[in-house]
Write a new protein. Structure first.
Length: 150
């Protein structure tokens, strides 16, 4: 299993080598509708924002895993129990940058929780057969992720 610092380093290298392929867009989903992978990423963020578990599960591949600084490759049932309740704390999401490299996608997203506090995530998606096989969320201490600071 790869360590978190190794993954962060790999993402940094990917970002620096793929800069020509970066797609900048504003608004919560602008520019995502143009590619199949973009559509599935859009579905992910939309599901969180509108609290739609059915939309969420439709976008996930069999064997999906979820990782964050607090969760290490947990399965869907654990994600639903531990993380999905945070969907109720997300007021808005704006994807500000996206880099696609085949079936790997890195997204920078700005969001606001229901208490009006800003938070930012760097998200890594691994796709398989048009669905999300793995998701890794990167945020650090002091960041207002959805369940803090209502």
């Amino acid at each position: 299993m790869t360590t978190l610092p190794t993954r962060i380093l790999a993402i940094g290298i990917l970002l620096s080598t793929q800069i020509a392929h970066a797609q900048n867009f504003s608004g919560k989903t602008a520019g995502l509708d143009n590619t199949p992978n973009g559509k599935i990423i859009k579905a992910w963020y939309t599901a969180w924002q509108i609290r739609d578990w059915n939309l969420m599960t439709q976008s996930l591949a069999d064997g999906f895993t979820f990782s964050s600084p607090m969760d290490d490759h947990i399965k869907l049932d654990a994600m639903k129990e531990r993380c999905w309740p945070n969907a109720g704390n997300i007021k808005s999401v704006e994807v500000t940058q996206m880099i696609m490299n085949g079936d790997e996608v890195i997204v920078i997203a700005n969001a606001t929780n229901s208490g009006g506090k800003f938070f930012r995530n760097c998200d890594y998606f691994k796709l398989k057969d048009g669905k999300i096989a793995a998701y890794e969320c990167f945020f650090g201490p002091g960041i207002n992720y959805p369940n803090s600071g209502k």
